[in-house]
Design a protein around this ligand. Sequence first.
Ligand code: FES
Ligand SMILES: [Fe+2]
Length: 366
Amino acid sequence: MTPEARHTLPADHYYSAEQYAVEQEQLWYEQWVYVGRADQVADPGQFLTVDIAGQNVLVTRNDDGGIRAFYNVCSHRGAVLCDETRGATKAVFQCPYHAWCYDLNGALVATPRVDKDEVDRSALGLKPVHVDDWQGFIFVNLSRSTPTPLREALDGHYDSPLRFEKHKMEHLVTVQRTESVVAANWKILIENYNECLHCPIVHPELVEVVPTYRTGETGDRSRVDGGVPLITGGTSYSDDPRARRAVLPGMNEEMAHSIYGSQVFPNMFIDVAGSNVVTTRLVPEGPVQTRVLTEYLFLPEDIAEPDFDHSTVVDFCELVGGQDYAVSERVQRGITSRGFAHGVYPAKDDYVHQFNQYYRKVMHES
Ligand code: FES
Ligand SMILES: [Fe+2]
């Protein structure tokens, strides 16, 4: 391949409002987007409100146990229906403006002081969006047409997460969530995740724990399963050398002492270690800002141990994450320079190239 064929995306793709607007329509509102864990809406009436590149969506569970998702907007005059990011309602969502009420399937069931025959209630329910879950992870899709089924779509990803199904992640429990706001375009964060040439410089603590990363490689080329060995003999993504007793299903001895990563296009990272999983959700808040939500998932039997302590994993991942956010913001500050038109991909940036190629395909740029 010629060096010309391996240019990164043009610089303006990382800051232009026009490019972001095209991404909203062609990418964010057409792809399955990760929004949260199914156990956050375990019971009927529990709900989440989530942002997908500027569109707010209400996710809940109905009385039949099904997960439902709707645009978070009242059909009367367009008021935002729910303000809370997480909560529970007994039977209905009531609009704070004129008190119209919607049941857990989105049907309009009450219009106080407005007679039943004044409006066609059957046509004024909440507007549904596609929703499905996989391994306990809820995804929504805002497409106006019928999207490819979720699991099939995940199977088509360049970094297929289906290889993690053997770990039965639906049984894991989230013990902590963290949130950071990063002044960088969402693609800069993904590109940073997809390469490790920066690891020896930016992550001195990480390369102590994962020596392969010292070479600038994202993986161990001698391993066919994509696993990267942990030096500590530990089984978690941390600098804690203690092996945890509980190991995820589907792990053999070598796997239990390794880490695995997958970038699920467009907004999720899944990092699997022997005994825990860390997920990252990116929420773009415009062309130059991204909210990063991280979840720490462990096995119930591990959590039940009297000396269970997840702080070493959280502290380590937050340290590494903070280092990544700082360099991502550095790129964002530099990328608007008149002295920069686009970047290049050295060989070890293959995953960045793969991400860019997938992005170009989705955006009809290739
Ligand atoms: S806008 Fe919601 S009830 Fe009027
Ligand atoms: Fe990094």
